[in-house]
Write a protein that binds this ligand. Sequence first.
Ligand SMILES: Nc1nc2c(ncn2[C@@H]2O[C@H](COP(=O)(O)OP(=O)(O)OP(=O)(O)O)[C@@H](O)[C@H]2O)c(=O)[nH]1
Ligand SMILES: [Mg+2]
Length: 391
Amino acid sequence: MKLVVVGFGQCGNRIADEFSRLNSRARFRRRISILADAFAVNTDSADLSILSSIKSDYRHRILIGNRKTNSHGVGKINELGAQIAKQDGDKVIDHIRSTERFYESDAFLLIASAAGGTGSGAMPIMTKMIKERFIDKPIYALIALPFEHEEKADIRTIYNSATCLKATYLVADAVFLVDNQRYIEKDSSLINNFAAINKLMVEPFYDLLCAGEETKAKRIGAKLLDAGDIIKTLKGWTVLGYGVSKLPVIRLPFVRRHNYRKKSTETIKGIQTMDQAISNLSLKCDPRDSASALYLLSAPVEEITMDLVKELVDYLGEVAPRAMIRYGDYPRGESTVKTTLILSQLNSVDKIMEYYDKIPKLTEEKEQMQEENENKLDKIMKASRKVPSLF
Ligand SMILES: Nc1nc2c(ncn2[C@@H]2O[C@H](COP(=O)(O)OP(=O)(O)OP(=O)(O)O)[C@@H](O)[C@H]2O)c(=O)[nH]1
Ligand SMILES: [Mg+2]
């Protein structure tokens, strides 16, 4: 499956840059392309300049709203991010349209944080605009949710997240939810964490996108998972999971095939990676709320047995009993077993409910604070009337 990736705002730009690196890896190691192109869109020129993989010309790193923001971002005001996207969105669409390999792409993936200003505001507006212009391609949004400490520090964080999620859900074909909090590594600094978090966030897409693009016969699975399977699975609120298990480096296939104990170890390894994928979902949710699931098993060909594939379908069926399950296998040369999991069409997501539920109280508090503020300023103004003027 080939994507056109577009990142908005700092977070969106950096994750899009990570996707671009993933594409370079696929081209270098597997001789296949998983992106038709990658773009970064921002109101902040400094954020655009620090990217390393997305092409550095003005068509790929697109500065918007510079008259309004002086190229310094919108300072978390997502209404301004949305307004700028409405005004400059055509410029973004022109650059996307003029990309050489656009016709090869299967879908769009738009990326932003929920809590910032530029990305949070531009995401729904641009999703809508792109959908109106390119009616035959699905549009997926990937939204990074804020850390808990950010939610506590500033009411804008919740407000932006709720408004961005609500509007994006209405226009995107599916919304991948990735929660920064789930990826925190407590022992490194925040900035190092962003690089690490972004890597972890995009990794599940690697095999998922590569599998359907393989042309070498030995890399094509007995049950090939292609763009059609992924597109049919994705709808509405969606989360991702990923699990990896290393195999012993020296394998003796002729021994393995005849050894029942080895065979059960393989199945256990496969189940372990599915367990990992379920417990490390990109946002905490209940798999029973999903109506559509997909998994891809990547492993050396001799590890992919019918037993294992069946066990994994059964297992996922128990965990997500309402879901229609699609699956595929991807024979690889590496000595690892990997499971990539998508749970889509979620009909309940606690985190989103939390954001939405907080909005009425926050709006009330915000109005109260504004009123208090105005009253206090009024008092100062009144007191100042008795002070002689220098004008
Ligand atoms: N996962 C991840 N989250 C990020 C990254 N950079 C920022 N964030 C998160 O994104 C939110 C802030 O949004 P930004 O993307 O920086 O904001 P923006 O869209 O550039 O908007 P403005 O700066 O207000 O114009 C916070 O919740 C951060 O924790 C990143 O590289 N990766
Ligand atoms: Mg910014």
